[in-house]
Ligand binder design. Structure first.
Ligand SMILES: Nc1nc2c(ncn2[C@@H]2O[C@H](COP(=O)(O)OP(=O)(O)OP(=O)(O)O)[C@@H](O)[C@H]2O)c(=O)[nH]1
Ligand SMILES: [Mg+2]
Length: 300
């Protein structure tokens, strides 16, 4: 009797896929749709994302390490420069780039941004928000990007409605090499929990306050203590001026109470545990232009 030992090697596709595009194209919404979890905060305002946020999609057959990045802009202050450094980091280690376009916006503007990136990795142009456009516009945009030198392929999705996300993943896999996974097990990201807590508070600031306030603000978690029945979290909300502090607090503290309770609900959902949240507003003049303060608040 003979025995044959068949050695089976499981072929796994592995790669870094970075999402780039102008502000508000839907990059963070797309990251969340790809990962199937709310990892990155989103808002209807531009410049919501300030960091590179990695989201890892693990199956037996592949490990896809996606990076959400800040929208590409001309920097006006040091915080902007740090944001563009986050974009640069994601440019450098991308195996594949997703160039994300809001189908409603002028394609020439996205094209100008993509040309400047001078990417070495292959690029897929992904037309987002197709739920808002007619078939005629969609076809026009496909034709526009198809001939561009950086574009290997054009794919259409709606990140918000989660349509054609599976199709996008299938195409991504075709561009990636086989390899060993970079991250172990079912890790979802490489960022600490405190970061996501501060982001959830920042997201509420983007939703609750008008105009300039969110752009003058950052959030720093100063305490994160796991108690028996709940997690005690304290965070500083940093603003640049006393007047902004007044707006954040609102009359008799009305606004900050609203901010605190809606942020707490989201943090509880994220952590799956009861949370006691304390918020403090601090004025730090010109923090957006101070290397020292930017570093302290997590912008490297
Ligand atoms: N209708 C529609 N809206 C979308 C879609 N994808 C994203 N949005 C909306 O577009 C807005 C911007 O989405 P974000 O994901 O925050 O965009 P972003 O590119 O990450 O923006 P920045 O971080 O500011 O650069 C939000 O209001 C989203 O709900 C989509 O497929 N369809
Ligand atoms: Mg974003």
């Amino acid at each position: 009797m003979r025995f044959f030992v068949i050695k089976q090697t499981i072929e796994m596709k592995v790669g870094f896929i970075s999402i780039f595009g102008p502000p508000n194209a839907g990059k963070s919404t797309l990251l969340n749709a790809l990962i199937g979890e709310k990892l990155a905060i989103t808002s209807s305002k531009v410049q919501t994302t300030r960091h590179r946020i990695k989201g890892i999609l693990n199956t037996d057959n592949y490990q896809l390490i996606f990076s959400d990045t800040p929208g590409i802009i001309e920097p006006k202050y040091k915080l902007h420069e740090k944001m563009m450094l986050a974009v640069k980091g994601a440019l450098e280690d991308a195996d594949l780039a997703i160039l994300l376009v809001d189908i409603k916006e002028n394609p020439e503007e996205s094209d100008a941004i993509f040309r400047k990136l001078k990417l070495k990795a292959p690029c897929i142009v992904v037309l987002n928000k197709i739920d808002t456009a007619t078939a005629g516009i969609v076809n026009e945009r496909i034709e526009f990007f198809k001939g561009k030198p950086y574009c290997r392929e054009v794919i259409t999705v709606s990140a918000l409605k989660k349509s054609n996300i599976e199709g996008l993943i299938e195409r991504i896999l075709e561009f990636l090499p086989e390899g060993e996974p970079f991250f172990e097990g079912d890790e979802l990201t490489d960022l600490p929990t405190r970061f996501f807590v501060s982001e959830l508070i920042r997201e509420k600031i983007f939703q609750l306050y008008k105009e300039e306030i969110p752009y003058h603000t950052t959030v720093l978690v100063t305490e994160f203590k796991e108690k028996t029945t709940l997690i005690k979290i304290a965070a500083n909300i940093i603003v640049q001026r006393e007047t902004q502090k007044g707006i954040l607090l609102g009359e008799g503290g009305k606004m900050i109470r609203q901010l605190g309770s809606s942020a707490r609900e989201d943090i509880e959902k994220f952590l799956g545990q009861k949370v006691f949240l304390e918020l403090f507003v601090k004025v730090k003049p010109k923090w957006r232009d101070s290397d020292l303060m930017l570093k302290e608040y997590g912008y490297y």
